[in-house]
Design a binder for this molecule. Structure first.
Ligand code: FE2
Length: 290
């Protein structure tokens, strides 16, 4: 079958994140999903190698960027959304429950009083089931909380971008132990995705290949329902929640969670510079993790 939606994936090997350029046709309208800003923790330096690949592709295909979509406030990489917007235009958007995540982390990081928790750092917040258009492609914002309270999936034409819900079938599902995360909620969100037509393509935000297989980014609903190690047909919510609790208890915090969260709840912007003109991030001691 011929697919309608054009999807160009980009892999950041450092954080094993997939960024997508999604568009209706060459010369048409595009959305960029989950762009990555390169970040070297040891030096505190950012760079734009990943973002530049995306920008070059958009120019080559002569696309007009309408949306820069974040599936959620990522804990493993810094967003390059502001850099992409500066170079290509478009509106930075995410789900409207981002306000909950902002409240949680404003408190955890004791952020400046002026940091507002109304989502206004983003250009636009999508409500659950809100419909929109990308050129010739009909789109819909689907709320898929569980990994975090504000996770969204984006239906764009005949493709669905599922963020951190399901991963490839042999990897399973996203962790649910971040503040506001909940395994039963993730189970119900994933079931919503798995109720879509069997040949629907589900594009994931990460891949963590098992053994020596190559990185992959897409599986159909049918493949997920048959083979997903955590959520194939027949696995109950109770079994899933028990499996996730056990698994999450053994996971370390992602390497870049502390810088990522502080930047990503500001829609990818850095905190205000201090009076010497330099931007600093905080490191809370004995506050996150366990
Ligand atoms: Fe995530």
């Amino acid at each position: 079958m011929a697919y309608i939606t054009h999807v160009q994936p980009f892999l950041d090997r450092q954080t094993e994140t997939w960024t997508y350029v999604v568009y209706d046709k060459v010369g048409g309208q595009a959305a960029i999903i989950d762009p990555v800003l390169d970040f070297d923790y040891a030096s505190g330096r950012t760079s734009s190698k990943n973002a530049q690949e995306v920008i070059d592709f958009v120019h080559q295909q002569q696309l007009t960027v309408v949306w820069i979509l974040e599936t959620h406030a990522h804990a493993d990489h810094l967003s390059a959304a502001p850099l992409i917007r500066q170079q290509l235009g478009g509106k930075i958007a995410t789900g409207d429950k981002i306000t909950q995540v902002q409240k949680t982390f404003k408190d955890a990081f004791n952020l400046e009083k002026e940091f507002s928790v109304d989502g206004s750092q983003f250009d636009y917040l999508f409500a659950e089931d809100e419909v929109f258009q990308l050129g010739q492609l009909a789109c819909k914002a689907i709320a898929t909380p569980g990994h975090t309270p504000s996770d969204m999936s984006w239906i764009i034409g005949d493709a669905v971008f599922i963020g951190d819900t399901l991963f490839m079938p042999d990897v399973g599902t996203a962790r649910c132990d971040f503040p506001g995360g909940d395994a039963a909620t993730l189970y119900r969100s994933a079931k919503k995705l798995l109720a879509m037509p069997m040949d629907t393509r589900l594009f994931t935000c990460h891949d963590y290949p098992v053994g020596d297989r190559e990185y992959q980014y897409v599986a159909t609903v049918a493949e997920q329902r048959e083979k997903n190690i955590h959520l194939r047909d027949g696995i109950s919510e109770e079994e899933f929640v028990a499996m996730r609790a056990k698994r999450d208890a053994g996971l370390a915090m992602p390497r870049l969670i502390i810088p990522s969260i502080q930047v990503n709840i500001r829609a990818g912007n850095m905190p205000p510079a201090e009076d010497n003109g330099t931007v600093y991030l905080k490191l809370p001691i004995n506050r996150l993790g366990s």
